[in-house]
Design a protein around this ligand. Structure first.
Ligand code: ADP
Ligand code: ADP
Length: 228
């Protein structure tokens, strides 16, 4: 589902953020990406979203080599990969309902389908009663649930989560993990960059550790590790 072959990324200033990364994540896997600040996690996330281009190598998402996709076709990639960030990134002037509906409108989902689907996604993330609220009227955990709802609205096979619990208190973080775990249970492949040691050590999923742009560990049912 996600495959990197010999991927390197050097920024224009000469910083080598990733070196010769080989990685294969299969459909339905849940993978934690760990590593200290500056290790290269965000660079990897940006490459998968085609916000940055690799200096070398191939990147496949759902069989498609995204390094060969023209920039104007990037929306096709975004249909394959939903994304959630630490700081939620909701549209502040739209309600919860509208935030989700908008994500569907921009990829051309018919309005009848949107009206049918938004309530069912809201119910999945347990936010039906907040449908008309604006983001600043919600708690952090609720905002993240809206962000997750938006990310999965178009049924992408892959969900990328960049420190999704980073701004949340521990109980709320666990709620979010439960939700991500349920989404993964439905078949969605999840790659989650995180510093949440306790979550990684409790959930025991595949762990990929990067250090100075290199994969230093890749373990099934792994732990957060001591190198970070
Ligand atoms: P992480 O997400 O693990 O903290 P990053 O991918 O953000 O790591 O950074 C990896 C390395 O690349 C760091 O040395 C960082 O300073 C550098 N870096 C990140 N973004 C840029 C950029 N746009 N231009 C130059 N260097 C960058
Ligand atoms: P947390 O404990 O995560 O910080 P809050 O205290 O921010 O949560 O929010 C608790 C509840 O109050 C949530 O259900 C949230 O939706 C609601 N709430 C918070 N701020 C507002 C607001 N300005 N308007 C309406 N509801 C609010």
């Amino acid at each position: 589902m996600i495959k990197l072959i010999n991927v390197s990324k050097e920024y224009k200033n000469g910083v080598k953020a990733l070196s010769n990364i080989d990685l294969n994540i299969k459909k339905g896997e849940f993978v934690y990406l760990v590593g200290s600040s500056g290790a290269g996690k965000s660079t990897l996330v940006k490459l998968l979203l085609k916000e940055e281009e690799p200096t070398e190598g191939q990147i496949y998402l759902n069989q498609m080599d995204i390094t060969k996709v023209r920039n104007r076709k990037v929306p096709y990639i975004r249909r394959n990969i939903g994304v959630v960030f630490q700081d939620f990134r909701l549209l502040p002037n739209k309600t919860v309902y509208e935030n989700i509906a908008f994500a569907m409108e921009i990829v051309g989902v018919p309005s009848k389908e949107i009206r049918r689907k938004v309530p069912s996604i809201l119910s999945l993330v347990d936010l039906s009663r907040k449908s008309s609220s604006f983001p600043d009227q919600l708690s952090g955990g609720e905002q993240q649930r809206v962000a997750i709802a938006r990310a999965i609205a178009n049924n992408p096979p892959i969900l990328l989560a960049d420190e999704p619990t980073g701004n949340l208190d521990p109980d709320t973080a666990w709620e979010i993990m439960k939700l991500l775990s349920d989404i993964n249970g439905g078949g969605t492949t999840i790659l989650m960059a995180t510093h949440a040691r306790e979550i990684v050590n409790t959930m025991r999923k595949r762990v990929i550790a990067i250090q100075e742009g290199v994969i230093v560990r890749d373990e099934e049912k792994g732990g957060y590790g001591d190198e970070i």
